[in-house]
Write a protein that binds this ligand. Structure first.
Ligand SMILES: Cc1cc2nc3c(=O)[nH]c(=O)nc-3n(C[C@H](O)[C@H](O)[C@H](O)COP(=O)(O)OP(=O)(O)OC[C@H]3O[C@@H](n4cnc5c(N)ncnc54)[C@H](O)[C@@H]3O)c2cc1C
Length: 416
């Protein structure tokens, strides 16, 4: 165990998800040898979430969670874990957290990494058995058990998670219908060409889409049987999956008087409005270092990057560069990788052949590269990450030629 050396109280981390574990691990790796306490409401060994909608739902899946760190890791590094305990309140002025067993912990620094909660279907029948969201290992296990051949699966919401579930269910022989309010898939995160590509890709695997669908109720006696839409649609369902976004878990921070606005507000170091309290991951909102826009990002890269910023700030160590946001999703074996954050008004250029399933969509804002979506185009993804970071402006004609490497389309960059 690590003995107390300088500070009587530990660094307490609320939430042992991707961000919380990365803060604990990063502090140890970077040389913090004082006490660290990691608290999570979930009693199990902290695990990764991306496999819950991918590997875990695959035919023949082993059905195990993928641990973020192996058993024994925390003890070996002197990270005290309090698993199965929820933090119920924070007294920021007195540096104290209260836990669900009634105990309280003093802290030297507090890190709130409580993640987000999947938005539930708040409509009549939305609480019937058979209706669920996908956030935890238990959710994934329950869902996997119901994805049997011929089962009728209605997915509400064609975002990343809804589409990954649709792909997994189709691969398991289910009858899959996706109901989406917008007129295309992943409309919040990508452009029309990418949406249409994935729509057709899913249809090729037997998934049906209904766009413009406003879901109004789930009907059933003992469990879900039909999903109703505003236009009179009635879709038979054995299982209903709501993939309609997440809500940041900011309640603890808000009640403690820490500034929140659809996310706990943090600066570039992960600091909240209270000097001894940091926050990271899905629970936070921050200003983009690239264009100043207000962002709430639900992805591993953001959780890890913010964790790293916090570690460096606590240890008063300089940190090199700012990593640009990136995301990925895998649907029916096709990987979409996105670098940067696109704005709907950005100019878009398609590179490569959509029909060959190897293409990129490049987004330019007043000539400057803001984001790229790549399908099986790792080179463009890697190049774009660097170029966005460098503030590169690109020649649109050269960008549209897929044989010209993106780096050769650079006209100027703000870092040169
Ligand atoms: C099914 C699924 C698939 C995904 N796929 C991808 C993907 O392919 N790529 C990608 O980049 N991102 C993906 N994501 C998103 C990614 O998992 C999240 O962005 C990431 O987990 C955020 O990390 P976090 O630490 O902020 O939150 P989490 O990892 O959610 O961890 C938060 C933790 O806080 C705990 N907690 C909450 N409240 C309290 C409390 N009061 N007291 C104690 N503990 C508390 C929770 O139990 C939880 O363990 C996926 C998410 C899901 C659900």
């Amino acid at each position: 165990m690590h003995e107390t050396k300088t500070f009587p109280d530990p660094i307490v981390i609320l939430g042992a998800g991707h961000a919380g574990v990365a803060v604990a691990a990063g502090l140890r790796t970077q040389g913090w040898d004082e006490r660290i306490v990691l608290v999570d409401a979930d009693p199990g060994l902290p695990y990764e979430r991306p496999p819950l909608s991918k590997e875990l739902l695959k035919p023949g899946s082993a059905g195990h969670a993928t641990p973020l760190r192996r058993a024994g890791y925390y003890e070996e590094r002197g990270i005290e874990t309090l698993l199965g305990l929820q933090a119920t309140s924070i007294d920021a002025d007195n540096h104290t957290v209260t836990l669900s067993d009634g105990s309280s912990r003093k802290y030297h620094r507090l890190v709130i990494a409580t993640g987000s909660t999947a938005r539930a279907l708040r409509i009549p029948g939305g609480d019937l058995p058979g209706v669920q969201t996908l956030k935890t290992f238990d959710d994934a296990t329950r869902l996997r058990g119901q994805l049997t051949k011929g089962a009728r699966i209605v997915v509400v919401g064609a975002g990343y998670i809804g589409l990954e579930v649709a792909a997994a269910a189709a691969a398991l022989g289910c009858d899959v219908t996706v109901l989406e309010f917008q007129d295309r898939v992943m409309s919040r995160v990508t452009s029309e060409p990418v949406s249409r590509f994935f729509e057709h890709h899913h249809e090729d695997h037997g998934v049906r889409f209904v766009f413009g669908a406003a879901v109004t109720a789930v009907e059933g006696t003992d469990r879900a049987q039909h999903v109703l839409t505003a236009d009179g649609g009635r879709y038979p369902a054995d299982v209903v999956i709501a993939g309609i976004g997440v809500v940041p878990n900011q309640g603890l921070a808000e009640a403690a008087g820490i500034e929140c606005n659809d996310g706990i507000l943090v600066d570039e170091h992960g600091r909240t409005s209270h000097p001894a309290v940091y926050a990271a991951g899905d629970a936070t909102r921050f200003s983009s270092p690239f264009d100043g826009s207000s962002l709430r990002l639900e992805c591993i890269q953001n959780a890890m990057a913010q964790a790293e910023c916090i570690v460096h700030h606590i240890l008063d160590k300089p940190r090199n560069g700012t990593e640009i946001p990136w995301f990925w999703t895998v649907q029916h074996g096709v990987r979409l990788q996105t670098a940067g954050v696109r704005h709907p008004d950005d100019e878009l250029i398609v590179r490569g052949a959509v029909e060959d399933r190897k293409f990129s969509v490049v987004y330019l804002r007043k000539g400057r590269l803001s984001a790229v979506d790549t399908v099986d185009s790792l080179k463009d993804f890697m190049a774009a990450k660097k170029l966005i970071g460098a503030g590169a402006s690109l020649d649109a004609t050269l960008v549209s030629a897929p044989d010209v490497p993106l780096a050769q389309a650079v006209i100027s960059s703000s870092s040169s």
